[in-house]
Design a protein around this ligand. Structure first.
Ligand code: NAD
Length: 386
């Protein structure tokens, strides 16, 4: 009964000529969400909206409209909540912080699925090409956490360049040996700093670096910045990636994960980095080869690596990025995936998710910036050149 009602609801939703009719017909959709468990923190802090406990604040609103809303963190394996419930779900919501991986196999099983909504930025957890084939829309809350991430990138650069982590660990151990830290501590001032990807986050990073008086700011991106924007930050474009990395003291990655960026930073490219350069990646873990980066830190080819994104999330206990150190015992600025999930950001992406769903229910056009895959395929220009 419920499925039949939902199926006819969707047929109506596609064909409806008025918003009111769509609203009425869209009653009774099955919406599932994969979020991370918030535990006691989520019970004590209601602004932790992106958690299983606080459900993006969506439940009262969704249920008041007659929709079924199921939420879980259980996303891996054949008996997981995600695998079992995607079969007849109309909409899947997930966050990049605890991504429900929606691969081609899962999409094939998802008979009623019309939209995957990312509560945040970055929709690579969905097989986008398979979504195009299946006619499933992929929508995200573009821009919702870009400032949060840009701040984290600049912090990570400082953490690495100033050799902060070993300095703090020394204090906690009860030791005091300034030279052990200062032998590998530098200033941001005077460095050549470059971003792979100069979109919303990459550009904000460049803006925030200017007051540190770098020697030069560079970017590598197939889309050139508008002239005025590049002038405003004094950034120069380098079109060859090997040449780009060979010029930088610090490289930061701010491009989405897609066919053209997966495994982009590997042993081969790392050889072209300046010896002792720093690398900061808050974009996606799989853009960097985990073993190759760990080996480069261990050898000192990279003086350090920092970021919050991992090729598998949650990262397994034995992941090399948890423990890698440079030859002087520092150079690791890794944290769990949280740069884009500050409480400020959670408010923005929860509101944005509600707006996307509201447009979806009523047939109102989505904000074009939020559409990764639309009804006719790729609408974003950020996931590779097509
Ligand atoms: P954006 O779409 O505004 O900018 C991405 C830029 O990358 C574009 O200018 C695009 O042309 C460029 N690009 C794409 N492929 C490239 C390639 N092969 N080489 C060089 N440049 C390339 O996106 P954004 O808002 O700046 O976000 C970028 C990414 O950051 C997201 O896709 C997401 O993966 C990640 N992100 C991480 C967090 C976090 O919490 N760690 C939060 C938000 C976003």
């Amino acid at each position: 009964m419920f499925t039949a009602a939902r199926t006819s609801a969707f047929t109506g939703l596609r064909n409806a000529s008025t918003n009111a009719f769509r609203q009425q017909q869209s009653r009774g959709l099955k919406i599932i969400a994969i979020l991370y468990k918030g535990g006691d923190a989520a019970k004590q802090e209601p602004r932790l909206l992106g958690t299983v406990e606080n459900e993006l604040g969506l439940r009262p609103w969704l249920e008041s409209q007659g929709h079924e809303f199921l939420v879980s963190d259980d996303k891996e394996g054949p008996n997981s909540f995600l695998q079992k419930n995607i079969v007849d779900a109309d909409v899947v919501i997930t966050t990049p912080f605890h991504p429900g991986y929606i691969n081609a196999e899962l999409l094939a099983k998802a008979k009623n699925l019309k939209a995957c909504v990312t509560a945040g930025v970055g929709s690579d957890h969905v097989d986008l090409n398979a979504a195009v084939e299946k006619g499933v829309e992929v929508l995200e809350v573009t821009g919702s956490n870009v400032t949060s991430v840009a701040e984290h990138v600049v912090m990570s650069m400082l953490v690495l360049v100033r050799n902060f982590v070993p300095a703090h660990e020394m204090i906690e151990r009860g030791d005091w040996q300034v030279s052990d830290i200062a032998r590998n501590a530098f200033d941001l001032e005077g460095k050549v700093i470059g971003t792979i990807g100069a979109g919303r986050i990459g550009y904000r990073v460049l803006q925030r670096l200017l007051p540190f008086s770098p020697n030069e700011l560079l970017y590598y991106d197939y889309a050139a910045l508008p002239e005025e924007a590049s002038k405003a930050v004094g950034a120069s474009r380098v079109e060859d990636l090997k040449e780009f990395v060979s010029k930088c003291d610090i490289v930061t990655v701010n491009a989405p994960l897609h066919e053209g960026t997966r495994n982009l930073i590997n042993a081969d490219l790392l050889q072209h980095f300046k010896p002792g350069a720093w690398l900061v990646n808050t974009a996606r873990g799989a853009i960097c080869n985990a073993e190759d980066v760990a080996a480069a830190v261990k050898s000192g080819q990279l003086r350090g690596y920092a970021g919050d994104v991992w090729n598998v999330q949650p990262a397994p206990k034995e992941h090399p990025w948890r423990y890698m150190k440079n030859p002087l015992g520092g150079g690791n600025g890794m944290v769990p995936h949280y740069s884009g999930t500050t409480l400020d950001a959670q408010k923005r992406y929860a509101e944005g998710t509600k707006e996307i769903l509201s447009n979806f229910f009523t047939g109102k056009p989505q904000n074009p910036a939020n559409v990764i895959i639309g009804r006719k395929g790729y609408e974003t220009k950020s996931y590779g050149q097509r």
